[in-house]
Design a protein around this ligand. Structure first.
Ligand code: C2O
Length: 518
């Protein structure tokens, strides 16, 4: 058993020296947050104490299967009550996967205030690389807290306009301020020619898909989320919010003579609504004995699309999805948006949902959607989809209508499972023609995938893990506006972790839990 103990504390953050000093909420006061590191097969035990003054919290272990431990998934309102200020809770789970992932608060949009950390599970020994550079969390960052920016985002969405752009992008919790050149570049030093380096890239953003490249050093990609894949090489990698890619690059003698190279982290403009202009960020990679000064390296040509590289994500462990069963049983989940007006507090209401139902508010008659710090009502609308038993497959087309007023890609994330990504397309999925493009034999497998803007995403997963699993868009503004469903899987199974037949009643009382904070 590997044990950690975290306190979530109120703090102020000015990671690029811009002088913004915004409120933030940090595990153990750290930005980026702490790293949980263990071996495949270890039990991980983390005690969280909520030292915030006015907010509930919890920790969700993004991408961790929680096989038969769905009660450790850490989702307030779904698998637990929020942890109130002063309370502690210990999460215990088994590392059944290996690779790179992250953890974050799943309470409101709190993770955008810094409540995140990294997870590295070391797997079988590898001779593919020499040096593990560890995790590199990448995030958009705002000079105001998530509450303030969230309200601005809702206000712009009322006019179907772009949300406020991020003020900067942080690489490992730091950046040079785009405005006044304060702060510091993230630096990785001491590269040695001939060595191979493993870098674990994680997009922990609130709103932005990111594209990453290291000048002069192509990436060999070896994982997609927690799934080992056949190596493929690329100069730029597009990472949706919540996704991870582990990459290997080789330090060369020719590059050692040059010494310094830019790491480029760009927001992926093609994946955003027009007008959402964010800054880009740079980091520095240096060889041992490199000259001082900034790099003068040249960027690779950046792709101008928003396409997840599905055909390159080939899992080592091969699996087949039954095409006949898929075609006979596939269900449809439509991503919808509604803009009904103002709530009882005079705040803008924008609702995102699935099949005209949002997880936190009444689709037709929203009353109070946003309440700051306390008196928060937990969802009365649970958006439950019951999956009857264990041992069947669940098949879904996630569709954004092509006439959506805001047709942008959504990073769709499922808890408790890796899903099989059978394919994506633009426009409306057509049962007669679209299936011919699906990949049923060894499709990519991961826990977060892009739903193309105004298009469709075809998913499959086996129901082998009893629990209540959230599936949601990982854009923080969208999930807090209701873009989520929960799969209630194997509820009658003896392994169902969230209680017996009284569970429904308990869950309702959890979901109306009044988190009035001191
Ligand atoms: Cu990163 Cu619902 O999770």
């Amino acid at each position: 058993t590997v044990s950690y103990s975290f306190e979530l504390v109120n703090s102020t953050c000015d990671p690029d020296g811009s002088g913004s000093s915004r409120p933030c909420q940090l595990f153990n006061g750290q930005l980026p947050g702490p790293t949980v590191r263990a071996n495949w097969g270890d039990t991980i035990s983390v005690t969280l104490t909520n030292k915030l003054t006015t907010n509930g919290t919890g920790i969700h272990w993004h991408g961790i299967r929680q096989l038969n431990t769905g009660d450790q998934d850490g989702v307030p309102g779904i698998t637990e009550c929020p942890l109130a200020p002063g309370q502690s809770k210990t999460y215990t789970w088994l590392a059944t996967q290996f690779g790179t992932t992250w953890f974050h608060s799943h309470f409101s949009a709190q993770y955008g205030d810094g409540a995140t950390g990294q997870i590295i599970i070391d797997g079988p020994a590898s001779s593919n690389y020499d040096i593990d550079l560890g995790a590199m969390p990448l995030t958009d960052w705002y000079y105001q807290d998530s509450w303030v920016v969230g309200l601005q985002a809702h206000a712009s969405l009322q006019a179907f306009a772009a949300p406020p752009p991020a003020d900067t992008i942080l690489i490992n919790g730091t950046n040079m301020s785009p405005n006044n050149q304060t702060g510091a570049y993230s630096k990785t030093t001491g590269l040695v020619a001939g060595k191979k380096y493993r870098l674990r890239l994680i997009n922990i953003s609130v709103d932005n898909p990111l594209r990453v490249s290291l000048d002069g050093h192509p990436f060999t990609v070896i994982t997609s989320d927690l799934v080992p894949i056949k190596p493929w090489t690329t100069n730029w990698i597009l990472i949706a919010i919540g996704q991870r890619y582990d990459v290997i690059f080789t330090a060369t003698a020719a590059n050692a003579k040059v010494g310094n190279f830019w790491l480029r982290v760009h927001y992926a403009a093609q994946c955003l609504s027009s007008g959402n202009n964010n800054p880009n960020a740079l980091g520095i990679f240096s060889y041992a004995n490199a000259p001082s000064g900034n790099p003068a390296s040249t960027a690779y040509t950046e792709p101008a699309d928003c396409i997840e590289p599905l055909s390159n994500l080939v899992p080592w462990v091969s699996n087949t999805v039954n095409s006949t069963a898929f075609l006979n049983q596939v269900g449809n989940l439509e991503v919808d948006i509604s803009v009904p007006g103002l709530d009882g507090n005079g705040q803008n209401i924008v609702i995102w949902g699935v099949n005209l139902s949002a997880i936190d508010v009444n689709w037709d008659k929203p009353t109070t959607q946003y309440v700051k710090d306390g008196n928060t009502s937990y969802p009365t609308n649970l958006n439950l989809i019951e999956l009857p038993t264990e041992g069947i497959w669940s098949y879904w087309i996630i569709q954004e209508p092509s006439n959506s007023p805001v047709p942008i890609p959504h990073p769709i994330h499922l808890h408790g499972h890796d899903f099989y990504v059978l394919g994506t397309g633009s426009g409306i999925f057509d049962k007669n023609t679209s299936p011919s493009t699906l990949k049923y034999t060894n499709p990519p497998r991961r826990d977060t995938a892009f739903l193309p803007g105004g298009g469709w995403l075809a998913l499959a997963f086996p129901t082998d893990n009893p629990g209540a699993w959230l599936m949601h868009c990982h854009i923080a503004w969208h999930v807090s506006d209701g873009l989520a469903v929960q799969f209630l899987e194997g509820k009658s199974s003896s392994k169902f972790p969230l209680g017996d037949s009284s569970w429904d009643a308990n869950c309702k009382s959890w979901n109306t839990f009044d988190a009035t904070m001191p």
